[in-house]
Design a protein around this ligand. Structure first.
Ligand SMILES: Cc1ncc(COP(=O)(O)O)c(C=O)c1O
Length: 345
């Protein structure tokens, strides 16, 4: 019954586990989340998610921990962010208890896909909310489907906590100041595909976006927030209306403060980047990715070593992972334990 998975060599890739969770909003109420088999969905061809972008999603992780328990990292924060995305896109979000119950049911139904402790892997959970009413004029949907799928994943970048090279996007913006950059709208990622594709073709690993109004301030990377560390122990991260409030960044700020860093959330000028000793990209998928260089036009700034993460980002990474994998006490109340139940499918 056990899938033949090489846990230690997993990448960050889609895997069909044969089931997902689904809840429906229709006639003004949500159904109970239920386990559905397969990986297909049937929706009207005029669904608002397809034509008008009424689609938003989340990403969170489940960990098999040192003591054998299985736990999800801060699901309430992701439920709250999905609700915020839904509000901005005029959608109906599932209440947080349905969100968390759906995650728990997904994990229950996929026990054999939860990587063992010690493999350096985790189970990535992807909640998705879409408007499904067939409507041809531009208008919000009456009906919504909430899906939660998941799969075991390894490190986002093959080399794990290893410095990458970033390209500053000059010809494409990701989010407008009063637009939807602060929520997890599916369309934000479509907007960034072309810049990322061109960056990859030029040998860069990540793209950094500046504020779209002036290009003077740092916003964030395509799928992660920006962190700058200074030699005088400051943790600096942009305060911008077009940055997604990252759960990882929020958690790292708490940890950094407890490690004695001064945490600064404020506009970060491109001009001041040279003052940072370490730069990181942070998010659920990769946790922390050290950024060795940032290229903007003909200028390239470098930070630390090109073959090892800096000491501060390394200690932040180790600290948050120790909490997630249960090697260290969760002083913050971030760990949501999931019942150990066998595969119920
Ligand atoms: C645009 C963007 N910024 C930041 C993040 C990191 O957020 P989190 O730490 O909640 O995964 C993500 C990933 O969700 C993202 O897509």
């Amino acid at each position: 019954m056990n899938p033949q998975i090489d846990w230690k060599n997993l990448g960050f890739e889609y895997l069909d586990t044969g089931c997902h969770i689904r809840a429906d909003f229709s006639a003004g109420k949500w159904s109970e989340p239920r386990v559905c088999s397969g990986n297909q969905l049937t929706i009207p061809i005029a669904a608002t998610c397809l034509h008008y972008g009424q689609a938003c999603f989340e990403g969170l992780k489940v960990f098999r921990r040192a003591d054998g328990t299985t736990a999800c990292f801060r699901p309430q924060a992701n439920a709250d962010r999905l609700a915020s995305s839904a509000r901005r896109l005029c959608m109906m979000a599932p209440p947080a208890d349905i969100f968390v119950e759906a995650v728990a049911k997904l994990v229950q139904a996929n026990q054999r896909y939860i990587p063992p402790f010690g493999a350096g892997a985790s189970f990535y959970v992807r909640p998705l909310l879409i408007g499904t009413s067939p409507i041809i004029g531009v208008h919000e949907s009456d009906d919504y489907i909430f899906i939660v799928l998941g799969m075991p994943v390894g490190p986002y970048y093959k080399n794990g906590l290893f410095p990458v090279r970033g390209l500053v996007q000059e010809h494409y913006d990701r989010a407008a100041p009063n637009g939807v950059g602060h929520v997890k709208a599916a369309g934000n990622y479509a907007a960034a595909l072309i810049g990322d594709k061109e960056a990859r073709a030029r040998g860069f690993d990540v793209s950094l976006y500046l504020d779209s109004a002036t290009h003077e301030f740092v916003d964030e990377f395509t799928t992660s927030n920006f962190i700058g560390i200074t030699r005088d122990r400051r943790y600096v991260t942009p305060d911008s209306t077009s940055v997604l409030p990252s759960v990882t960044n929020n958690s790292l700020q708490r940890i950094a403060a407890d490690l004695g860093f001064t945490v600064e959330r404020r506009p970060v000028r491109w001009d001041e980047l040279a003052t940072f000793s370490e730069i990181g990209a942070c998010g659920t998928a990769a946790v922390i990715t050290p950024v060795y260089s940032l290229t903007r036009g003909s200028e390239t700034l470098t930070f630390g070593d090109d073959n090892a993460a800096g000491p501060v980002l390394t200690s932040l990474y180790e600290e948050i992972q120790a909490i997630q994998y249960g090697k260290k006490e969760d002083r913050y109340g971030w760990i949501h334990l999931l019942d150990e139940v066998s595969d119920v499918r």
